[in-house]
Design a protein around this ligand. Sequence first.
Ligand code: ABU
Length: 489
Amino acid sequence: METPTLTRSDEPTSARPASRHAAHARELEELLAAVAALARELVAREHDPADPALRDPVALAGRLDLALGAEGLETGAVLARLKAVLEATPSTSSWRFVNQLFGGREPVATAAEMLAVVQNVSMYTFKAAGAEILVERELLRHMAELAGFAGGEGCFTPGGSLANLVALLLARNAAAPDAREAGAPGGRLAVYTSEEGHYSISKSAGIVGFGRRQVRQIAVRADGGMDPDALARALAADRAAGLVPALVNATAGTTVRGAFDPIRLLAELAHAAGAWLHVDGALGGSLVLSPAHRHRLDGLELADSFAWNPHKMMGVPLQCSVLLVARRGALGGSLDESADYLFQADDDELNPGHRSIQCGRRNDALKLWAAWLRLGDRGYEARIERQLGLARLAAAKIAADPALELAELPASINVCFEVRGRSSEAICERLDREGTLKIGHGVVAGRRTLRLVCVNPDLDEGDLDAILAEIQRAGRALPPGDNRVGAAS
Ligand code: ABU
């Protein structure tokens, strides 16, 4: 067979690799310098109102040069297009962004994330990812201990929905040990979550084979936590009908109200019925770091699994989410596969690919580890206290203002309220179109409220005043509206 030649085979053997690698390194170095300058520019302007023209997807697509073509561009041209896209992207660290359950940033986590990308490992084996596997292992150990799962195990997942999905899979296999091989016994197993729990429970029930119809939406009490009596009734009814209760999901921090289910009571009911108890702490799981507020998760140590998103209250860049499991071996029992081209060295314990739903998996550990090194448990405790304090302060301001109506005292970092006589939905829409504020809405006790999320600890009292002033200004510009669910707004 003829020896194939590379295009630059005329270079001396010793010079060829060095020159190609050196050219690559030079290009990266120049790009990194440009990236640092661009990041500085973006951060300097991140609190400016957005250009309303950017909110129109059709106009935006026309304005940006997004087309891919056959010929490559010079890096300068690539950078110019990156800049144009970034400048047209919402700034989630701005005080003007209170729309989602994440916002703001821990600077050291952002820096570590950028470095993780330079190394670009895949987190399936120690052979491929080296020290990063040890970093991830230390995080899982520390987080499991904080949750009361010492000696348990865990895996990083691409978001809370996927953490919940893995929990449902483990629960399905615990309730129906043959399901992994033979398929799920459709219609025979049941899942329980509160009517205010996250939609990923229902979605996951559809994916792992419980069936969405098998999900019982349990009523909540006035405080937004699941009503244990209603759960007990649902469990009893299903058992009487010959169904097998497989999983009870307790939410620690509901999506709209930030409310907490009574975990200890739900754990007792779940276990008495033979069901797996999962805690979806995607939002409120971080309260395990707060001795003053840990009681909101009382009973967590009785759970079988726990989803926790550091990309929410811990300020780590998206995405960073963990599923912790009380019993070591459960993840491998449901997710392990053999792959002799991949798992070739080291103990299984050092090869997390045996315990992950993914094969290739990005490194979400380094940024969290860097932030935790910087803040320590105590720094995180103070961060959480500040977030909760901001929510209490916002609630007090709203309660004191006759033009506003507070729906309830905040259960954690979400503050739900209305502008009296004005549609919450129309206010959100107007502010978003203007580019002045991103805030969402949700239903509390049959009324559509504004949901102000106090997740960014860099907010201060002046920011809260500015946010409430923008909301009131938008309300005054709108005609009267009705927030009763079902009423025309
Ligand atoms: N689980 C993601 C929730 C998104 C949000 O309401 O901000």
